[in-house]
Design a protein around this ligand. Structure first.
Ligand code: E4P
Length: 217
């Protein structure tokens, strides 16, 4: 399972990269705004900075919502760095743009996916990644993990190569459950990734080992 970090915060990306387990980064316009990155030139420079920090894929989202605009923006983003994956919204023109980019060998991430039918369309359009937002489904009392399971079944039935990128991951159990279901990738905050490290028995055991070592020295 690939681990992506879902942030535009360079310090957090650096910290996750230093752990040695990071496979990529996802961003979105809200995450950029949260870091105070606004304006086309600053956003472009920020994508480049992220690509310099990590070895893996970096999703960069288009703002346009029409086919021509998405193609124009996506081509600029894809030309920035070989690690860039063009992130497209799950709307009619987004699917058309996905098909366009996949036929040109440009990698895509279809985002804002909330149903199995949307994920099926994204795969048929040749998306590299599909991003079902599990946390936002949970927020409205709908089982986000069930969507991951449905997409897994559909993709396996037909051998679609589109990778399931479980997005809107909020906590460690989301990560573990996605891994059990067979999501190809998860993207979440640093807190959820680091949460996987923690177990009180590890801390108690280590404290005891160090204490016992001291006894013999
Ligand atoms: C995915 O690519 C999105 O950036 C993200 O996972 C959205 O998560 P949120 O629901 O926590 O905003």
């Amino acid at each position: 399972m690939k681990f992506f970090i879902d942030t535009a915060n360079l310090a957090q990306i650096k910290e996750a990269q230093a752990l040695g387990i990071l496979d990529g980064v996802t961003t979105n316009p809200s995450l950029m705004a949260k870091e105070g990155i606004t304006g086309e030139a600053n956003i472009i420079n920020h994508y480049k900075a992220i690509c310099e920090l990590v070895d893996g894929d970096v999703s960069a989202e288009v703002i346009a919502t029409d086919f021509d605009g998405m193609v124009k923006e996506g081509e600029v983003l894809a030309a920035l760095h070989p690690q860039i994956v063009v992130k497209l919204p799950m709307i009619k023109d987004g699917i058309k743009a996905c098909k366009y980019f996949s036929s040109k060998g440009i990698r895509t991430n279809v985002t804002l996916v909330f149903s199995a039918g949307q994920a099926l369309l994204a795969a048929k359009a040749g998306a590299t990644y599909v991003s079902p937002f599990i946390g936002r489904l949970d927020d409205i009392s709908t089982d986000g993990l069930n969507l991951i399971a449905e997409i897994r079944t559909i993709y396996d039935n037909y051998g679609f190569e589109t990778e399931i990128l479980a997005a809107s991951v909020r906590h460690t159990m989301h990560i573990i459950d996605c891994a059990k279901i067979g999501a190809d990738v998860m993207t979440g905050p640093l807190s959820a990734i680091e949460g996987l490290l923690k177990h009180p028995l590890t801390d108690i055991g280590l404290a005891q080992f160090l204490k016992d070592y001291q006894k013999g020295n």
